[in-house]
Every structure is written in structure tokens, then in C-alpha cells.
Design a protein around this ligand. Structure first.
Ligand SMILES: [Ca+2]
Length: 584
């Protein structure tokens, strides 16, 4: 672990906050140099293979190369040979982020402003609508093979109580399959249609369009996804057409489950407690150049006690050790994916992108949650929740989350979590690797990026065409902007304003300023250049700026069909599929 961190320390870094200190002549020379550097981009080998890797509920600081103590040597190596962005934004929740990532639109435009429930409104249909195209549909049209492993979470699900979750019923868990991966542009698929499942026996596991089961006593879902990703690379890397592989891990989303030996390795690390770990991460972020030292470490979440005052240290440490083990398995999978690319001689002209779908998750889980099972396949009762310190996270019959204290660590130095549009909810590590194009391996770029930028980036590098009409339906223009200039070592013009809304939590970002609110609270205003941790609310000091940014937000919300939670109709009932009938 320490060796890995030392290697990160000597990586070349280009921190954006250094640039303003340079003399103007140097800046002009730098600009000329960047233009020169940009010239080879046009001649760079385009139509690369593309591997898009998505983590689930991983916070801003959970990778070694972003300040973590978790050993992530493979992602650190990807960063050392590639580029990190330190201000890349997702959305604050699983479904909306997947909709935005796959379509290049704001989630409401794709029909997924909420989750998978159907509210009977265009922005809240709960499935991808017909007025969007997926990365797979666009890239397949451009001659790419299109492959996916992992979490889909973009289709309606049918639950008859917990019968399907508890393996007591063969009744379909789907309402229809018209939005499953193979019907949205992917040629091959292995993964889970629903958003949360056991790591040892996943619910809603399917291969292409057919439900399947975990097939080994040693099955571990993260590793199974890596296996299938490697097999797809072996199958397609030698072909005449390039491939697009979307790897959507469920790790490290709850339940905290991992092989016991991997958890045991990390437990002593976390017995140091969340205060020490959080402070260490903050210092590492500064040393690595991941954060600007003027961004303060936000105070410990007020719901969390100082570590010294907390009982059951071993139980607490075990929760975070399990999380670390889950991240470690994901990282090992990335290593195997990169190994398969190397073995196929495909490393140089493959664009690999890694990011997380939302910030760290502070959710506590309860037995009454609709998608939490109560029994294993062999009939054992599942112990659900974080209330019993005699029950340790890790095995198949325990469902726990790592809770507020450790989510607070994952999001160092930011405030708040998944669900919220403050920086802790929407900031992700972002790594891009493409040896044929990336100009400054190991660098860190401070330019702002957004999850909708992936579509225009891939359209550009693939030489694909983003359609105005697809299957006789009009398709809105892409919302994002291509990241290719940043990958090539250049600068993009100032980002057009960005917007977020989920469950009434709202934000707009323009220039250095961010206006944000936590539903149903008032607007808060922050200058992110000096206060990215959002600690000094300037709304009272700059009312005109609040008015200007809130007007921008209202225009956007109207354009994209955003509806506040108190005005959303109740969810419609989801029906089981008519197997053999038209709904299947
Ligand atoms: Ca998520």
C-alpha cells in the first residue's frame, strides 16, 4: 500500500491553481505550446476501442490516487499512465447517472429524473424513453461491437413482495424487456437488471435476455463481472471492428459483502478510526495535487461522534474494511481488464474511462425496504441493518451499509452524500487512459467535466454521428461537451452552466459559482474556487448573483421537464411480464 502511495507522490502533476501565478509571457508560450500539442490530435489514431468502467457509490477520495489508504494499484497505474480530473461531476443517484452517462442528456430528458418508478410524466417515466439514444446505439451504428457487463438499473421492475428476492417465486421480476441492454444497442450482456443485489447470489442476474443464477460456490459478483469483461476483450479485441465495452460494477454499493480473508486484511487499518483516516486522506489529497489546499476539510458530519467516544470499534472498523475489500476487488478487476487488453496488443489505441455514478452513500438499510431480501436461496434468514454490533458485515446472510461515518470519510473533504447536489453527492474520481493521445501521462487537470460529456467524447473519437432522428423519434441535442481537448493536453473554453435536480435537491454551476439547495431548504451560494467544501454560504452577500443563477436554473428546469417532489403524481403500479405474450 505504502509503495503505491510513494509512486503517486512523484507523478508529474499540473495543478490548475498553479497557472495563475505564472507570468503572462509564460502563459502565452504555454498557450502556443498547447496549440502545437493539439495539432497531432487530428492525426491521432481515432476509432479506439473504448472501455467505460463505472463504480457504484464510490466517493471522491476512495482510490489511492485520490488520497485513499485502500490499495488500488491498478487504478493508480491507470492514472499514472493517463489523466485524472479533479472536478468531474456525476448526478447524485444511480439511475439518473446511468441515464445521463448512456444518453448524453440530463436524466429528466431521458425519462429518469427519479428512479425506476413510473410517475406518468415525461421526465419521470422510470425507463429510458424513445427520445434518447444510448452510447451503444450510437457506437453500434458507427460499426463498433457493443458489449456490457454489470448493473443496468434503467428498466421497470416488478416485485411481488419479497418472493422473487427470496428465490421463492419464478414469476418474472420484469414488466417488459424493451429497455434491457440488448434492446438498447448492446450485442452481448451479462449483469443485473436491478440496482442492488447480493454479491454472492445476485438477484435479477441475466445473460443477454435470459435470467441466470450464480454458477459457483465461490461466486463473487465483482469477480464474475471482471471474468465476463475479460472474455469479451478476448473475443473482440482481435477483430476488424473496434469494440465498446461498458463495465458497470455494483461495488462498493451496499450490502457490505466480501470474502472474509480480504476483510480481515483491512480491519486493523480502520481500527485507527474515522477521524484519523479522514484527516490522513485530506493530507494525501493535498500532497497528490488532487485538491487545492485552500479548500478546507469540512467538519465531521454532525451526526457522527468522535471515534474515541464510539463503542464497538471492531464492528465499526469491520464495516469500512468490508467496503475497502469491495473496492479492492473492483481494482483487481480493472487490472485483469488491462491485462487482457495488453495480451491482445490493444492497449495503445484503447480509451479507458473510469468514474463513479454518485458520491458516497450514507444510507442506512432496513428490513422493510422493498428491494432488500429476507432469506438466502438456501433458506437462511438474512440479518438486515446496522443496529446489532454482534453481527459483522461480510457474509451472504448479512446486509449492512457502512453508514454515515464512513461515507463522511469517502467524500473527504466535501459535505453531504448520494441524493444531494452538494459536492459530496456529485463529485467523482475520473481517470482516462489512452496512450495514443493523452499528452501528459500522470497529470491532473482541474477543468470541469460532467457525466454528459462522455457521449460527445465517444461520438468524436469513434467518428460516429449523433442522430437527430432515431427509429422515427426526434432526439434532443447532446447536453455535454467533448473531453478530447483535455485528454490531448489542451484547454476547453469555460464550461457552459451545469444543472442538477434529484428529489428536489437542486444545483446550478457557472464559472466559479455554485448555487445549491437541499430540499426543501433555501438556495446557498458558494465560490468553489476558494471554497469547494461549501462551508461559507455567500447567498446573503450576493443576492443579485443568487437571482441570476436561480433564473438560469428555472429556465433549465422548465426546458428539461423537472418537477418538484411535492408536485409529482403517485407512482403507477408496475405489472409482471406476460411471459410468452407481448409484454415479454
Ligand atoms: Ca450509485
Amino acid at each position: 500500500m505504502n509503495n503505491q502511495m510513494s509512486r503517486c507522490e512523484i507523478e508529474p502533476m499540473e495543478t490548475p491553481w498553479v497557472l495563475p501565478c505564472w507570468p503572462i509571457g509564460w502563459l502565452m508560450a504555454l498557450a502556443a505550446w498547447l496549440i502545437l500539442l493539439a495539432i497531432p490530435v487530428a492525426a491521432a489514431p481515432l476509432r479506439p476501442n473504448i472501455v467505460l468502467i463505472l463504480a457504484d457509490d464510490m466517493g471522491f477520495s476512495d482510490l489511492g490516487c485520490y488520497g485513499s489508504e485502500i490499495a488500488t494499484p491498478n487504478l493508480d497505474q491507470l492514472a499514472a499512465g493517463g489523466l485524472r480530473l479533479n472536478q468531474f461531476y456525476n448526478t447524485p443517484r444511480c439511475c439518473p447517472s446511468r441515464a445521463a452517462l448512456l444518453t448524453g442528456l440530463y436524466p429528466q430528458e431521458a425519462g429518469i429524473g427519479g428512479m425506476m418508478e413510473d410517475r406518468g410524466l415525461p421526465g419521470y417515466h422510470g425507463e429510458l424513453n424513445d427520445h434518447c439514444v444510448t452510447l451503444a446505439e450510437v457506437l453500434h451504428s458507427a460499426g463498433y461491437h457493443t458489449l456490457m457487463v454489470g448493473k443496468w438499473h434503467l428498466s421497470h421492475m416488478y416485485f411481488d413482495g419479497k418472493k422473487q428476492l427470496n428465490f421463492e417465486s419464478d414469476e418474472p421480476f420484469w414488466e417488459n424487456k424493451h429497455d434491457w441492454p440488448l434492446q438498447r444497442g448492446f450485442e452481448e450482456y451479462y449483469g443485473t437488471i436491478h440496482g442492488v443485489s447480493s454479491y454472492f447470489d445476485p438477484f435479477s442476474l441475466v445473460e443477454d435476455n435470459t435470467p441466470v443464477h450464480a454458477n459457483s460456490p465461490n461466486f463473487y459478483y465483482t469477480d464474475a463481472l471482471s471474468d465476463h469483461a475479460v472474455n469479451f476483450i478476448k473475443k473482440y479485441a482481435g477483430g476488424s471492428a473496434p469494440f465498446f465495452l461498458y463495465v458497470a460494477y455494483t461495488a462498493p454499493h451496499w450490502p457490505m459483502q466480501a470474502p472474509a480473508a480480504d476483510i480481515a486484511k483491512y480491519r486493523p487499518v480502520y481500527e485507527a478510526g474515522w477521524d484519523v483516516i479522514r484527516s490522513n486522506r485530506y493530507q494525501r489529497e493535498i500532497q497528490l495535487g488532487i485538491i487545492n489546499p485552500v479548500w478546507a476539510l469540512s467538519p465531521r458530519d454532525p451526526r457522527v461522534q468522535p471515534w474515541a467516544q464510539v463503542p464497538n470499534h471492531e464492528w465499526q472498523a469491520n464495516r469500512m474494511a468490508t467496503f475497502a475489500a469491495m473496492v479492492s476487488h473492483l481494482d483487481q478487476g480493472v487490472g485483469r481488464i488491462m491485462g487482457a487488453l495488453r495480451a491482445a496488443g490493444a492497449t495503445t489505441n484503447t480509451l479507458v474511462i473510469f468514474l463513479s455514478d454518485n458520491g458516497a452513500c450514507d444510507e442506512v438499510i432496513y428490513p422493510q425496504y422493498y428491494d432488500v431480501p429476507s432469506a438466502t436461496r438456501d433458506g437462511r434468514t438474512i440479518k438486515v441493518g446496522n443496529s446489532d454490533p454482534a453481527v459483522f458485515a461480510g457474509p451472504v446472510d448479512v446486509w449492512q451499509s457502512y453508514g454515515v461515518p464512513w461515507a463522511n470519510v469517502s467524500d473527504t473533504p466535501f459535505r453531504l452524500y448520494k441524493h444531494y447536489t452538494h459536492e459530496g453527492g456529485i463529485s467523482t474520481p475520473f481517470i482516462a487512459s489512452w496512450p495514443a493521445v493523452i499528452a501528459h501521462p500522470g497529470g491532473i487537470a482541474g477543468q470541469i467535466g460532467h457525466i454528459t460529456d462522455v457521449m460527445p467524447t465517444l461520438v468524436e473519437v469513434a467518428g460516429a454521428e449523433y442522430p437527430k432522428i432515431f427509429k422515427a423519434q426526434t432526439i434532443p441535442p447532446m447536453e455535454g461537451e467533448s473531453l478530447l481537448p483535455i485528454l490531448a493536453g489542451g484547454e476547453r473554453p469555460e464550461r457552459t452552466p451545469l444543472f442538477w435536480e434529484h428529489e428536489g435537491n437542486r444545483a446550478v454551476h457557472a464559472g466559479d459559482w455554485k448555487l445549491v439547495s437541499r430540499y426543501p431548504g433555501p438556495w446557498e451560494l458558494y465560490n468553489l474556487a476558494t471554497d469547494r467544501s461549501e462551508l461559507t454560504n455567500l447567498a446573503g452577500q450576493y443576492p443579485a448573483r443568487v437571482g441570476e443563477l436561480s433564473a438560469l436554473y428555472e429556465q433549465w428546469a422548465k426546458r428539461c421537464g423537472v418537477v418538484p417532489p411535492d408536485q409529482l403524481p403517485p407512482a403507477k403500479a408496475i405489472k409482471p411480464a406476460l411471459v410468452g405474450g407481448t409484454a415479454d
